[in-house]
Design a protein around this ligand. Structure first.
Ligand SMILES: NC(=O)c1ccc[n+]([C@@H]2O[C@H](COP(=O)([O-])OP(=O)(O)OC[C@H]3O[C@@H](n4cnc5c(N)ncnc54)[C@H](OP(=O)(O)O)[C@@H]3O)[C@@H](O)[C@H]2O)c1
Length: 279
């Protein structure tokens, strides 16, 4: 898997580079995301499977003072990368580091809340998010962090609500795993605490391994797994997913797996049929 990491000289980018040393990570001086012909040429010469895009104009004051530059880097620069990936590898994955500042900062926010950027920086980051909509596979991380360095200002702000992390903690939260084959994936399921999935088959496998499962859908073609007690439908709301995970992991389900998965005698029946004996 080939990873392109942007913003490698920045606070988060440099922490990510430590975790993903194999990433292609050209600094701004060699790869300006606003230079569309250069970006297009880059994607022509490199097959990229995944982008973690951290490059941005990040100073709130800088964005207010130069709105054209802020738009160029945060919106058009993001668009150039999205287009480059889209045209060179439509199945590629794009991780966009956005900001919690897309919300107004007056309290806790959910992903479902309507963004309300209160400054130009946040507005450009939000517009950058919208650029990802044309991709099949993308992830927006609306985070807040600070580097592990001395606070450079005489005072901190007092009128903004936030849940801050250090940049190395945010970097460690981004984990990449290659797609797994059937046996490795089964092992992962077998050793899991709880499975959260949008798949139709994984709930069946979860029941087989006697693991609680949350299906993030509103319907399922396998209602018998729900009746068997090991699976719950949560829908897509983050609150419901969390609540359903708590519910399904807090009770010991009645593992009636034979009710849902058959009586365990199918192989013998198949053998009999192949041997010419219709049981
Ligand atoms: N820091 C925060 O509190 C915070 C909170 C939430 C979200 N975020 C988001 O997280 C990401 C990383 O933030 P950060 O604080 O780590 O950023 P940062 O330290 O300000 O670093 C920004 C990086 O982007 C590069 N860059 C700027 N313009 C570029 C261009 N035109 N082409 C290529 N590279 C360019 C910079 O390179 P040069 O220095 O060489 O120009 C630098 O490496 C950003 O997208 C930001 O919006 C940050």
């Amino acid at each position: 898997m080939t990873l392109l990491l942007t913003g490698v000289t920045g606070t988060l980018g440099s922490d990510l580079k430590k975790l993903f040393p194999e990433a292609i990570s050209p600094p701004h001086s060699e790869f300006d995301i606003c230079d569309k012909p250069k970006v297009d040429e880059f994607f022509k010469n490199n097959h990229i499977d995944l982008i973690i895009h951290t490059a941005a104009l990040t100073t709130v004051r800088g964005c207010e003072e130069d709105k054209i530059l802020a738009t160029k880097i945060n919106v058009e620069g993001t668009k150039n990368l999205v287009d480059g990936l889209f045209h060179s590898n439509p199945d590629g994955y794009f991780v966009y580091i956005s900001t919690a500042c897309v919300f107004d900062g007056t309290g806790f926010s959910n992903e479902d809340d309507i963004p309300q950027p209160v400054n130009f920086y946040a507005l450009t980051k939000l517009l950058g998010e919208y650029e990802l909509k044309k991709l099949r596979k993308s992830l927006v991380i609306r985070t807040n962090f600070t580097g592990r360095k001395k606070w450079p200002y005489p005072k901190a702000f007092t009128d903004r609500f936030g849940t801050y992390l250090f940049s190395d903690q945010v970097a460690k939260g981004i984990k990449l795993i290659n797609p797994l084959g059937f046996f490795d994936f089964s092992k992962l399921e077998k050793n899991s605490f709880c499975l959260i999935t949008d798949s139709g088959t994984i709930p069946e496998e979860a029941l087989f391994f006697q693991k609680p499962c949350v299906t993030i859908r509103t319907t399922t073609e396998r209602p018998e797994i729900i009746e068997a007690g090991s699976n719950i439908l949560s829908g897509l709301s983050p609150d419901n997913i969390l609540q359903s995970t708590q519910t399904i992991t807090s009770k010991k389900p009645d593992w009636q797996w034979n009710k849902a998965l058959g009586d365990g005698k199918t192989a013998r029946k198949v053998l009999n049929i192949l041997g010419g004996n219709l049981y």
